[in-house]
Design a protein around this ligand. Structure first.
Ligand code: FE2
Ligand code: FE2
Length: 297
């Protein structure tokens, strides 16, 4: 496969730019842009979020929607899910991810490790179960895909099913016109490659850090945690309520946990940096409760 040029690899000034854009679409308080009662207004506001997006963010979505085809996802699964790249423990993986340095402002922005610890610390303060805290700690470790040289649009971004019609609630839907799957009518119908309520486990999602980490940790965590990890970027479903027709009853029940996790992911960022050295013993113990000393990545 050809190595994409730098601009195609990194349209964003750091992964954070995508997350900031998601946050602007789903502000913590105030207007719920997608839940407006006036259907015309809803449409209008949806367009505004796209129009107001930075050019870097727009380019990121254009590349994501153009490239995340059914075949692209199959090839990435083949490439990465044998998990034969590295062997490391969870804390080691956190330190490895932390070597990913964004081009964003180092004085005001959190490192990857700090984002993970802020998320888990907020979950801990809210008195959530230990596996929930652990999930907050590890949920973005799949971003080490960037360190393997993967382009940003194949690591982060709102995820969606491939192999069936794209919901028009997916942000920057118009960029799907460049996706090769538009040429295949079998992948363009409502069900496409799937059957009604087949369950998300049978559905191929656009490729990124969620799916990759799910495969690394799937033998070790409770089902609720695995749903949070696998679908935390599936905004079209957990925020917009789309793709219910692909879900089975278990998916619907488990999505309550995906929704419970989302505010911790989006809204716990503050400039107050967690004290890594002080927190480390607590988390090393928690990691040891669920994970072996090394995992395959
Ligand atoms: Fe994430
Ligand atoms: Fe996150």
């Amino acid at each position: 496969m050809e190595t994409p040029n730098v601009a195609e690899n990194k349209p964003l000034n750091g992964l954070e730019e995508w997350e900031d854009f998601v946050k602007s679409r789903y502000p913590e308080s105030g207007a719920q842009p997608f839940k407006a009662t006036d259907p015309n207004k809803k449409e209008e506001q949806f367009r505004n979020y796209e129009a107001d997006a930075r050019p870097t963010v727009r380019e990121f979505y254009r590349l994501n929607h153009r490239s995340q085809s059914y075949n692209f996802v199959q090839s990435k699964k083949k490439e990465f899910l044998a998990l034969n790249r590295r062997q490391m423990g969870i804390w080691e993986a956190m330190e490895y991810l932390n070597t990913l340095v964004d081009d964003s402002d180092p004085d005001t922005d959190l490192s990857q490790l700090e984002h993970l610890l802020q998320t888990s610390e907020q979950i801990r303060k809210d008195g959530q179960p230990r596996w929930f805290i652990l999930t907050g700690l590890i949920h973005d470790l799949g971003k080490i895909l960037c360190l393997y040289g993967e382009p940003q649009w194949a690591v982060v971004g709102d995820t969606f099913p491939v192999g069936c019609a794209w919901s028009d609630k997916i942000v920057f839907h118009q960029y799907f016109s460049e996706n090769p799957d538009t040429q295949n009518p079998k992948l363009q119908s409502r069900l496409g490659a799937y059957s009604e309520n087949c369950g998300l486990d049978n559905v191929h999602m656009s490729w990124g850090h969620d799916e990759y980490l799910y495969h690394v940790v799937k033998d070790y965590l409770p089902k609720e945690a695995l749903y949070m990890i696998r679908y935390h970027s599936f905004y079209p479903a957990h925020r917009e309520g789309e793709y219910d027709y692909l879900m089975n009853d278990e998916d619907r029940a488990m999505f309550k946990w995906v929704r419970a996790f989302n505010p911790y992911d989006l809204y716990t960022k503050s400039h107050e940096k967690p004290d890594v050295a002080t927190l480390r013993p607590f988390y090393e113990e928690l990691i040891g409760e669920y994970f072996p000393p090394t995992l395959r990545w």
